[in-house]
Write a protein that binds this ligand. Structure first.
Ligand SMILES: *[C@@H]1O[C@H](CO)[C@@H](O)[C@H](O)[C@H]1NC(C)=O
Length: 149
């Protein structure tokens, strides 16, 4: 068996897949449970984020609670210090979630992560929370990324 050929086939399959399921850590989803996190494009992990580009993040989760609202809070954790990472649309109800949120329902939260040119080209951890009416986390996920020039 030609391993190189196999690699080429596997790599091109991965590159062509529509969205990449990424490995994530849960950082305290007390009001919900995350099933899957997809980032597009993310041809390898940690996801390389090119400056000046925007990435689609899709978090599929099931809520445990009812909530009228949902608000996203994103941080970049650099050397252990969380730095606010502004996103253009913090309202989860305008990011693929049909509000009010109902208990035991599954939602796909879909939003954009713009990578500004002034960001340093470093590795960091993105921490993404979605908070409910009482400011508790419907989900909190974190995943490593690599910002590239
Ligand atoms: C988000 O991911 C879920 C689960 O894979 C999928 O069913 C849904 O279509 C995705 N939504 C978008 C907009 O990509």
């Amino acid at each position: 068996m030609d391993y190189c050929m196999l690699c080429v086939v596997l790599l091109s399959f991965l590159a062509c897949a529509n969205a990449e399921v990424v490995k994530f850590a849960d950082c305290g989803s007390i009001e919900g449970k995350v099933a899957e996190v997809d980032i597009q494009p993310c041809p390898q992990q940690p996801c390389p984020l090119h400056k000046g580009q925007s990435y689609t993040v899709n978090v599929t989760f099931t809520s445990n609670v009812a909530s009228q609202t949902s608000t996203a809070v994103v941080h970049g954790v650099v050397a252990g210090v969380p730095v606010p990472f502004p996103i253009p649309q913090p309202d989860g109800c305008k990011s693929g979630i049909q509000c009010p949120i109902e208990p035991q329902k599954t939602y796909s939260y879909v939003n954009q992560l713009p990578v500004k040119n002034e960001y340093p080209a470093i590795k960091l951890v993105v921490e993404w929370e979605l908070r409910d009416d009482s400011s508790k986390d419907l989900f909190c996920i974190k995943f490593p990324v690599q910002i590239v020039s």
